[in-house]
Design a protein around this ligand. Structure first.
Ligand SMILES: Nc1ncnc2c1ncn2[C@@H]1O[C@H](COP(=O)(O)OP(=O)(O)OP(=O)(O)O)[C@@H](O)[C@H]1O
Ligand SMILES: [Mg+2]
Length: 259
């Protein structure tokens, strides 16, 4: 039996918004292959914005070596619904990074995975001249052995009160991802952030992004982008954001490509 996975995005408070994940819906379904990943919106501008961003990113992926983006299969403009190609067997980066053994992947497999995410992000930026805008580790999907990284969720994030949010500094995407990987751990898992491998994977990500131009990397710009995220978004209110801001979790001097 073919099933549809559905998630809804609306105009809600940030907490409620974040709690709304499709993963709950996924786990409630029997293990049949879903036909598509369906997303419903309660505001027309969010629906339109998601559609254009997704089409732009998909077209970029077709010209890319490292990037994969699910295809838009069907639209329902009356119901404000978009059906996406379902990416079967792909997992969120969160699942890998929050796992004690990194899902049992070897050092070189992990390095390749994070390098590829960086390379794919550079391709997205170069081909679309836009940023993702919500480049969180939940919106980056990986599959061991795959030669690409998949990006999903081109819906404007809650902080996006203006339509040009995705024309901001590309370092915003770099900073969002690195904060997730290096610092966004709940208190009971904070020891996982201290694993040396985490820093190596942060650096692999930047090496992938700056693979053609290592000298273009600007650490001060990355620091500024991180500070802005911590000041402007819920990340600063998180456990790590509030209590550990001066700790090594937020240092980036050891992340510079080639350091
Ligand atoms: N095309 C797809 N195929 C398979 N899984 C997907 C697809 N798109 C999204 N997902 C999974 O569902 C999750 C939620 O989807 P998405 O991020 O688009 O919605 P969301 O409502 O913004 O969720 P959240 O607010 O939690 O990020 C993603 O993090 C990803 O794990
Ligand atoms: Mg998401």
């Amino acid at each position: 039996m073919r099933r549809v996975i559905e998630t809804t995005v609306g105009d809600r408070a940030p907490d409620a918004y974040r709690q709304e994940t499709a993963s709950a819906a996924v786990s409630a379904l029997p293990a049949a292959e879903p036909a598509c990943f369906s997303k419903r919106f309660s505001e027309e501008w969010v629906f339109r914005s998601t559609l254009w961003n997704s089409l732009r990113a998909w077209s970029a992926a077709r010209r890319s070596k490292w990037l994969r983006v699910p295809q838009v299969l069907k639209l329902d403009a009356r119901e404000l619904r978009i059906d996406f190609e379902y990416l079967s067997g792909w997992d969120q980066v969160r699942a890998v990074i929050r796992d004690r053994t990194f899902k049992g992947l070897s050092g070189s497999e992990l390095h390749r995975m994070f390098w590829t995410i960086g390379a794919a992000l550079e391709e997205l930026h170069r081909h679309t001249r836009r940023i993702h805008g919500d480049f969180d580790f939940d919106n980056v999907l990986v599959k061991p052995g795959a030669d690409r990284a998949a990006f999903v969720d081109f819906t404007p994030p809650v902080y996006a009160h203006f339509r040009e949010y995705n024309q901001a500094d590309p370092y915003r995407d770099l900073a969002t991802f690195l904060l997730g990987v290096c610092a966004k751990y709940p208190p009971h898992l904070i020891h996982l952030a201290l694993r040396p491998r985490v820093r190596q994977l942060g650096r692999a990500f930047l090496e992938g992004y700056f693979r053609h131009a290592r000298t273009a990397y600007d650490g001060r710009r990355l620091e500024r982008a991180m500070a802005r995220l911590l000041n402007e978004t819920y990340l600063g209110e998180s456990f790590a954001g509030r209590y550990l801001r001066r700790s090594r979790l937020f240092r980036i001097d050891d992340l510079a490509p080639g350091a």
